[in-house]
Structures are given as C-alpha cells and as structure tokens.
Design a binder for this molecule. Structure first.
Ligand code: HEM
Length: 404
C-alpha cells in the first residue's frame, strides 16, 4: 500500500502523481514521518472549517526546538520573527492580530497600485534576449509589497526576493540547520530595517501599512509590542510576495507550454479571465500542505483522532480530487464550479485573497501578450524549488523570438 513520501524521486518536479495515488489508495494515512496526512477534498475542507482543530504555533515550536535544531541561543530571530504570524495564532490572539492586519490592508486602495504594477512590470523586459519567467512573476507582487509597506527604493530586488523566500522556508518541514541559520540572519536584517521605518512611521511620514498598524495598534486596549508589529509586517511581506510569485510562475509556465491557452486568454472577456484565473490558482496550489492539531477527540472520514493529533492537510491533493473537479489535472478554462482550497478555508482563510485575485486578473492578459514575443525552447523544463509545503518554480528561462 502506498505511503506518503515527498522524497519519492521526481516529487519536486511533479507531486501530483504521488499524492493522487495516496488519495486513491489510502486517503487518510500515516506518512513517512509518522504524521497523519489527509488527501481528500471533503475531509481537508472539513478539518479547515472545524472548530475542533487549532493551528500549530510556529514561534513556540522554534523556542522549544532551537536548542535541538541549532545551538541554544544562536538563532533567537526564528521565534521572534514569527511570533505574530497570523496563520500560527489561535483564539482571541488570532482574531485580534487578524483584525489589526485586515484594518491596515483595507486602508489601501490597491486598484491603482495594481494598474501601475502591471505597466511597470514589462518595461524592463522588452527586447531582452532571454528572460527568467520567475523574474516576471516576481515583479507585480514585489511592486505591490513595496507600495503597501512604503519601502520602494529602500532595498534591492535581490534582497527582498531572497528575504521573502528564506523566511517562507522557515515553515517547511525538514529544513537544514544551515538554512535555519541563514533564515535567522535574514530576520535579523529585517528587524533592523523595519525598526527604523517603524520609528519614522506616522502621519508626517506615512509608510502605508506600517503607519496604519502603528496607529491602530495604539488605539488597542492591549497593544502589540514593537517587535510583534515588526513580525506582523514581515509576515505580510512574505505572504503577499511568496505565494503570489509562486502562483504566477506556474501560470506563466502553463501559458508558455500551451499556445491555445495563450490564445484563449488574449480573446477572453473579463468574466472569462476571472473564471480562468480561479482555475489557474487551483492548478498552481502554491501552499501544498498546511497543519492542524486536534483540540479534542474527533472523527474525520471514519477515522478517530485523539486530542493533540497533528494532521498534515494536503491542499494540493484536495485541489485535484476528481470527486469535486472532473478531469482534475487539466486546465479547464470554463470550470465555473471551482471550490478549490488554494486560499485555505475557515477562520484562517487567506486575508489577502481579494488582493491576490485582483493582481492575477489584471495581469493575465497583459503578461500573455508580452510573452507572445518569447518561446520555451524544446525540452526546457523548470527548475523547481526543493520545498515540500510550498511549491514554486526556482527558474525557467524563455527566449525572445528572432522575428519578434
Ligand atoms: C495567490 C496568492 C496567495 C495564496 C495562494 C495564498 C494562500 C493562503 C493560504 C492557503 C492561507 C491559509 C493557510 C492555512 O490555513 O494554514 C493563507 C493565509 C494568509 N494569507 Fe494568503 N495567499 C496568497 C496571497 C496573499 C496576500 C497577497 C496576502 C497579503 C496581502 C496574504 C496574507 C495572508 C495572511 C495574513 C494569512 C493568514 C490568515 C489567518 O491565519 O487568519 N496572502 N494564504
């Protein structure tokens, strides 16, 4: 009987064959790490929406594990940098920090920023002989993050891209000690950088979300401490940049592989673009797994899980469950019923889903038009990131057409 093993050869290139086999043969099982893994859409959604489960606190995990994963006291920024990451908070603390971030994000009119981002994105790529599509996919979310936080021009593209990617990896399973040390250094850099901005932020010197967070936080009965606000800023940066970049990279790969898909996009109406965007978000599934812990004894899919059982929920598999999505591996441009879980579900569902959807919808047609001047050389395959919980392309070079 199949056992879930993300180290199966070829998994990083294509996890879907393996998770489909798990879903078919043993949809609730103990994987290679002896953790329970759930693969079916119905059960994954049920757990996400259930009040009987809590999220794991990543910061507490780091506090507890730091002496084991690295030497004691050597990586304090792992716990400090993740202390107010909303997806790892429960109960009243979760509600309070989520509401604070939500209020701050709602102060920003993202529509003109997204329009500017789309214009800005392609200017630097015209007439280049080769382009890495991951760079194109990074431009829009990066531009938006810079505007959202008011940090345009304050640090380089490379710094932000590396930072966001490394801090995102802190959530993955089986991260090497060496990588944890690198992540700690990235958090250290961010605390210095954002502390300065936090001090300056205010009505006279608006740093967008940073100013709003500071302002709303002061109005709270139990305000967060400065370091907690900085941890929240880091989360918003990472959450807004990493998942959107990974989604857009996979979309671009699909468009480059399939000329018919590109042609469809170019002639699609706004409604058709919205429907297709949703389908491409389902196909990309950048967050492939998330974790929940049972708060009490609970029954899911005929299995009894005692209190404190940890479950890995395979969003990637749920999004391709044929019971919900007929012909699940195919991109169906007109898949109108599309209850995918790429943005999660329940109390922890993605806070930035509205922003991400607007970005993708506004960008899909212009980017396809731009990429008409490029082709994917025969046999060129993407280099995939070597991460399990998050999936994205590390690099994929496309080449300018000679006649274009
Ligand atoms: C295509 C882009 C995106 C995808 C696929 C995505 C996906 C997700 C998923 C699956 C979750 C739930 C995690 C869980 O239940 O364990 C989540 C949570 C979250 N996302 Fe996103 N996200 C995207 C873009 C964004 C953006 C643009 C922002 C901010 C501007 C953002 C902010 C957040 C936050 C703050 C949470 C935590 C919510 C909570 O726990 O209450 N995301 N995201």
């Amino acid at each position: 009987m199949i056992q879930w093993n993300p180290y199966t050869p070829g998994y990083f290139e294509n996890p879907y064959a393996h998770v489909a086999q798990c879903r078919t043969e043993l949809p609730i099982q103990k994987g290679i790490h002896k953790e329970w893994v759930i693969f079916g859409h119905k059960e994954v959604k049920e757990v996400l929406r259930s009040a009987s489960f809590r999220v794991l606190n990543l910061s507490d995990y780091f506090k507890e594990k730091e002496p084991l994963i690295v030497a004691p006291g050597t990586c304090p920024f792992l716990a400090m940098g993740t202390q107010t990451w909303i997806m790892y908070l429960n109960g009243g603390e979760h509600t309070c920090v989520r509401n604070l971030a939500d209020m701050a994000l709602r102060q920003i009119d993202f529509k003109p920023i997204i329009a500017e981002a789309v214009d800005h994105c392609f200017a630097q790529y015209s007439n280049k002989a080769t382009v890495d599509i991951v760079d194109i996919a990074t431009q829009i979310p990066l531009y938006i993050v810079e505007k959202m936080l008011g940090i345009s021009g304050l640090c380089s593209y490379e710094q932000l891209k590396r930072f966001s990617h490394l801090v995102a990896i802190s959530q993955d399973i089986f991260v090497s000690k060496h990588t944890y040390r690198d992540i700690n250094e990235e958090f250290r850099w961010a605390f210095t950088f954002f502390e300065q901005l936090y001090q300056q932020a205010g009505e006279q010197n608006p740093q967008r979300v940073i100013s709003f967070l500071k302002q709303f936080n002061h109005a709270h009965t139990e305000p967060l401490e400065k370091n907690e606000i900085i941890s929240l800023i880091i989360l918003l940066l990472m959450a807004a940049l990493e998942t959107t970049k990974d989604t857009m990279s996979v979309m671009l790969y699909e468009i480059m592989k399939d000329k018919q898909l590109g042609d469809y996009i170019l002639s699609a109406t706004d409604t058709e673009i919205n429907v297709l965007s949703e389908e491409l978000i389902r196909i990309a599934s950048p967050l492939q797994y998330t974790v929940r812990v049972a708060d009490e004894d609970v029954e899911i899919g005929g299995h009894h899980f005692p209190r404190n059982t940890k479950l890995f929920l395979c969003l990637a598999s749920a999004n391709r469950d044929p019971d919900v999505f007929p012909d699940p591996d195919a991109i169906q441009a007109k898949r109108n019923y599309n209850p995918h879980l790429s943005f999660g579900s329940g109390v922890h569902s993605c806070l930035g889903a509205r922003i991400a959807r607007n970005e993708i919808r506004s960008w899909l047609k212009p980017v396809t038009k731009h990429l008409q001047h490029y082709h994917l050389p025969a046999d060129t395959k993407p280099v995939w990131q070597k991460t399990i919980f998050m999936r994205g392309i590390k690099s994929l070079t496309v080449v300018h057409n000679p006649s274009a």
